[in-house]
Design a protein around this ligand. Structure first.
Ligand SMILES: C[S@@+](CC[C@H](N)C(=O)[O-])C[C@H]1O[C@@H](n2cnc3c(N)ncnc32)[C@H](O)[C@@H]1O
Length: 320
């Protein structure tokens, strides 16, 4: 696995940048600060490469070769939910309108590096227009191991889309429609039903236990392997996926299940293809890609998470 820091490694990071661990070494290359993992780049047999690039995905993707990945599997930060501790993080925009625009920009950059027959599998979550937000659920509350991002703007109803206090914002569909307008083909919406839903202290609506995964293609005809994943009965896979949380997801507050990434990769790429995750997080996409003998390119803005990715990949290697 190689880890590269594109541009200034700690640019915009609010806390001190961590000292690079001994397993990263190397020096300037191609005008960028670049680090190469000290461990062997061959992690799985047959070898699959994992590249982790630290930086803002909009900048990092601009430096990548066009049409170099077959499939993008990703989950961006949800608007206003968690603080990933970086000035350029997606999800901390003052308004959800800007959030949608930023995601369209990200996926425009993804489109350039995607092959013409490539696909994007996008998991994105919703949220409620809120008023207030103090105490346990207020601006400094902690979700998982990050601070909650209910800042001033999230404590009042966003002034857009006719939203009222308590309205579900419909963000996944707003993102999907904006991407359609930007030229993407919206081919499917998959409902991810969570075996274990996050408890919610609500008494006036059902607890949310589902999320959307959108399948977008760059062209009307694209690579999709219907044999990649089948229903138990042997039938064509349906767009309702009941998935549980991974017991091993530690150190990152917002991971998706490895089986989710597995399915998207198995359907959207072939052995030896390269899979991209512009919001790398703890590296779930890279693990699934390696298990399926695909290469992976991950971008992550917070260098601390690059270390988590390395730990998870090392642990997976040790299991072999
Ligand atoms: C929801 S998490 C992804 C979790 C991942 N799917 C997993 O299973 O581990 C989103 C990640 O995007 C990162 N991020 C936020 N803004 C970014 C940006 N502009 N460029 C690259 N990464 C960003 C955050 O630091 C966070 O780790």
């Amino acid at each position: 696995m190689s880890i590269a820091t594109v541009g200034s490694p700690a640019k915009g990071k609010r806390a001190e940048a961590p000292t690079l661990a001994p397993w990263v070494r190397g020096g300037p290359a191609d005008g960028a600060r670049r680090y190469v993992a000290a461990s062997s780049p061959t992690l799985f047999a047959p070898p699959s490469r994992t590249e982790v690039l630290v930086g803002d995905c909009r900048e990092v993707l601009a430096s990548r070769k066009s049409e170099s990945v077959r499939c993008c599997v990703t989950s961006p930060p949800y608007w206003g939910l968690r603080d990933y501790d970086h000035d350029d993080q997606i999800g901390a925009e003052a308004s959800p309108v800007e959030y949608v625009e930023n995601l369209v920009d990200v996926f425009r950059a993804v489109r350039r590096v995607l092959t013409d027959d490539g696909t994007v599998w996008l998991n994105v979550g919703d949220g409620y227009a809120r008023n207030g937000g103090t105490g346990r659920h207020g601006p400094n509350a902690v979700v998982g191991n990050t601070r909650k991002m209910i800042q001033k703007r999230n404590c009042k109803v966003p002034d857009c889309w006719g939203l009222k206090y308590k309205d579900l914002m419909g963000l996944p569909w707003r993102v999907a429609f904006a991407m359609q307008e930007d030229g993407w083909f919206l081919r499917s919406t998959i409902t991810w039903a969570k075996r274990t839903a996050m408890p919610e202290s609500v008494r006036d609506r059902p607890t949310s236990a589902t999320e959307q995964i959108f399948l977008f293609s760059k062209s009307p005809r694209y690579f999709y392997d219907p044999q990649g994943v089948r229903e138990d009965s042997g039938a064509n896979l349906r767009n309702f996926w009941l998935l549980g949380p991974d017991p091993t997801n530690r150190g990152h507050p917002a991971t998706f299940p490895r089986e989710l990434a597995h399915r998207c990769i198995a359907l959207g790429s072939g052995v030896g293809d390269t899979v991209l995750d512009p919001f790398g997080g703890s590296g779930t996409t890279a693990l699934a890609a390696a298990e399926l003998e695909r290469h992976a390119v991950l971008v992550e803005i917070n260098p601390d998470y690059a270390h988590i990715i390395r730990d998870r990949i090392d642990a997976a290697k040790a299991e072999l």
